[in-house]
Design a protein around this ligand. Structure first.
Ligand SMILES: NC(=O)c1ccc[n+]([C@@H]2O[C@H](COP(=O)([O-])OP(=O)(O)OC[C@H]3O[C@@H](n4cnc5c(N)ncnc54)[C@H](O)[C@@H]3O)[C@@H](O)[C@H]2O)c1
Ligand SMILES: O=c1ccn([C@@H]2O[C@H](COP(=O)(O)OP(=O)(O)O[C@H]3O[C@H](CO)[C@@H](O)[C@H](O)[C@H]3O)[C@@H](O)[C@H]2O)c(=O)[nH]1
Length: 433
């Protein structure tokens, strides 16, 4: 099958590589020339474990190509996947500018019937709007539109693509649905076929539900701190109930990333547009906003004021195994610390280059953990990278002026901390003084 993928971000590139790997001829199109140039040399524009070897293998097998020449690619395609960004607008709704541009680009180029598959996360009704646009802009050909939302997580995107829990296919046309189902057949992943609007809703509802789980456990953690219970024990005990499930019950400083923050807001907006006040989801968002400031509150309570205090920030990306800084808690924490006139020294194993572009200019960057901790008054752990989890705890004692750790990701067992002269305040657990 001749497949074209429009947009080579986390979703587009991973999709393109995976579809090439199961034998399709895949052309990935992007408007970003520098990105395409890098990918042609086998270099991934994103940090994603396992992506580069798979890219190179499929490029060498002449199954995977990268181009900025969308027009030519669309003309030759049997199936076109749209995976461009749908970022957040100021009012919280999804910005469909890139998506609509991609639709126009495709419509002005195609000369034969084609199936267009929307992987981008789009509000309910968008795929029907795309269909109408094609009917107006390219009446000479038949273009079927299929909704196929993506559920991969950054940092485990390759694994998720080959081992996902389900593939959702939303279609009005049985033949188009069957073609898309056939493409995915070699993955051996259960396929859930439904109508287009339900498919669009499954994506938002799934992300909103996972965000709800996180805000829920974070609120329980906040209560645990006040009643002397331990959130790790509570989450473990809750998770043993199969109806609840143990995943997504990790308390911390809230969710970030390119999806949960924007998709929860977009769903609240979708609801508002039809006069439905989605109170539960609005509370989930509000809880998360507060939770991202949790370590700042703890530090202010401990020190009184933060002016002149040297604070080491460990971890800057929104989660481990990615360099993505979108909506990372570190953005909120660093801005607030700088506003409080603290001296902020930051370290991240992978995201440092991207962080430098978005964190306040006052932030100082260390090239390793020890350097970040040197003479610090306190450390704040914002991302649970293995490098921090596996750190010899004596490093905190040796390097810091005062070994005080505010751990936003509960990286250490309390019993391990107790073996050292460390003051430790984490999320939903008893502080150790
Ligand atoms: N990042 C994730 O983990 C994830 C997971 C599931 C779903 N999604 C959804 O998938 C979509 C893509 O997300 P992403 O994080 O991969 O995006 P991204 O911002 O990383 O990448 C989008 C790419 O599209 C390119 N692009 C924009 N307009 C184009 C056009 N007209 N023609 C060709 N290329 C164009 C951009 O240059 C960019 O490289 C979004 O709707 C997002 O919500 C993302
Ligand atoms: O128990 C948990 C699980 C996650 N998080 C936080 O939640 C955020 C998102 O994490 P994760 O879901 O692992 O990463 P994403 O790559 O953002 O993936 C989510 O968003 C994608 C884009 O829509 C979806 O495709 C995925 O299914 C969905 O998990 C991160 O800040 C995590 O630190 C927690 O605080 N506690």
């Amino acid at each position: 099958m001749n497949i074209v993928v429009v947009g080579t971000g986390y979703v587009g590139l991973v999709t393109g590589v995976a579809l090439a790997h199961i034998g399709h001829r895949v052309v990935c199109v992007d408007v970003d020339e520098a990105k395409v140039e890098r990918m042609r040399r086998g270099v991934s524009p994103i940090y994603e474990p396992g992506i580069e070897p798979l890219m190179k293998e499929n490029m060498e097998a002449n199954r995977l190509f990268f181009t900025t020449d969308g027009a030519r690619a669309y003309r030759e395609a049997d199936v076109i996947y749209i995976a461009v960004g749908t970022p957040e607008k100021e009012d919280g709704s999804a910005n469909l500018t890139y998506l609509k541009q991609a639709v126009k680009d495709i419509a002005s180029s195609v000369t034969k019937d084609v199936i267009v598959v929307t992987k981008s996360t789009v509000p309910v009704g968008t795929n029907h709007e795309i269909k109408r646009m094609f009917e107006q802009l390219a009446p000479h050909v038949r273009i079927d539109v299929v909704s196929n939302p993506e559920f991969l997580r950054e940092g485990s995107a390759i694994h998720d693509t080959f081992h996902g829990d389900r593939i959702v296919i939303g279609a009005d046309d049985e033949r188009a649905a069957a073609v898309v189902a056939d493409i995915y057949h070699p993955f051996g992943i259960p396929i859930f076929q439904t109508d287009i609007r339900s498919a669009e809703m499954i994506k938002y509802a799934s992300n909103a539900f996972l965000a709800t789980k996180i805000s829920f456990i974070n609120e329980i953690a906040n209560i645990c701190e006040k009643v002397g219970a331990d959130i790790e024990q509570v989450a473990a005990g809750m998770g043993m109930d199969e109806r609840i499930g143990s995943s997504f019950l990790r308390a911390g400083i809230g969710y970030g990333g390119s999806c949960f923050p924007k998709d929860t807001k977009a769903l609240a907006k979708i609801a508002a547009n039809i006069d439905h006040d989605f109170e539960l989801l609005k509370a989930v968002i509000e809880v998360n906003n507060k939770q991202q400031r949790k370590l700042i509150e703890k530090a202010k309570k401990r020190f009184g004021h933060l002016a002149g205090k040297k604070i080491a920030l460990l971890g800057l990306s929104f989660k481990p195994n990615t360099d993505d800084m979108r909506e990372a808690a570190s953005l909120v924490v660093a801005r607030e610390l700088v506003a409080e006139q603290a001296i902020v020294v930051a370290y991240d194993p992978i995201a440092m280059n991207k962080a430098k572009r978005v964190l306040p200019k006052e932030v100082i960057y260390a090239s390793h953990v020890e350097e970040a901790l040197k003479d610090a008054d306190a450390a704040m752990i914002l991302t649970e990278w293995d490098e921090f989890r596996q750190l010899d705890l004596s490093v905190y004692v040796k390097q810091m002026k005062t070994p005080i750790i505010f751990d936003g990701r509960n990286c250490y067992a309390l019993d391990d901390i107790k073996k050292y002269d460390i003051e430790y305040d984490s999320i939903g657990r008893k502080p150790i003084k």
